[in-house]
Design a protein around this ligand. Structure first.
Ligand code: IMP
Ligand code: MG
Length: 198
């Protein structure tokens, strides 16, 4: 603090990284209220079962669930994707399954971000086999440009450009999930920007 900063190098933290706000907390909260109302309008009088993908979706799910009027239950699933370096391998492993059956339920899968689509493609196949009454997808963020798998979300908070983002559940090396906004991450000079895309 108090030292002169070079242009473009403002507010680097102890990891040499900085976050620039892309979507403010207020915009996120307003959008979640809108999505919640839209979802309820689409399924009037029906119990809804939200399925959150850990860990990124926790804040989106918890805010969304509290904004949807009427009967709502929720559950969580966790996946890990193989091949962080070879990012398009598409291999996804289920590391924590749901507690309860989704058979006959109106299920809304809640994800933080739709990127290549490989994770959701895998999950939707798994869920379809379990015979829900309906299966829908809600994502806070959508990076359309990066899509590999032909997956689309029924409810999208914000379409964003192809940049690595953190906050509101999204992490970089498990950090930044707790930011109440979504921001773009820029890495320190020693690291390559591309590494954040791994
Ligand atoms: P997909 O399988 O490529 O669609 O990736 C989805 C998962 O990748 C998300 O659930 C996130 O965990 C992670 N991810 C994708 N893009 C970003 C990003 O910009 N920031 C943080 N995590 C991301
Ligand atoms: Mg993640």
């Amino acid at each position: 603090m108090g030292t002169a900063r070079k242009r473009g190098d403002s507010r680097r933290n102890e990891h040499g990284e900085s976050v620039r706000i892309l979507i403010t907390r207020a915009r996120i909260q307003k959008k979640i209220r809108e999505l919640a109302n839209e979802i309820r309008r689409d399924f009037q009088g029906e119990p809804l079962h939200l399925v959150g993908v850990l860990k990124g979706a926790v804040f989106f799910l918890s805010d969304l669930a509290r904004q949807i009027p009427g009967e709502v239950s929720f559950d969580f699933i966790a996946v890990s994707s193989y091949g962080k370096e070879t990012q398009s391998s598409g291999e996804v492993k289920l590391t924590r399954d749901l507690d309860a059956s989704i058979e006959g339920k109106t299920v809304i899968v809640v994800e933080d971000i739709l990127d290549t689509g490989l994770t959701l493609q895998y999950l939707l196949r798994v869920f379809e086999q379990r015979k829900p009454k309906r299966l829908r997808v809600a994502v806070l963020l959508d990076k359309e440009e990066r899509r590999i798998a032909p997956v689309r979300a029924d409810y999208v908070g914000f379409k964003i450009p192809n940049a690595f983002v953190v906050g509101f559940g999204l992490d970089y090396g498990e950090r930044y999930r707790n930011l109440p906004y979504v921001g773009t991450l820029s890495l320190g000079s020693g690291k390559k920007e591309e590494r954040a895309q791994e």
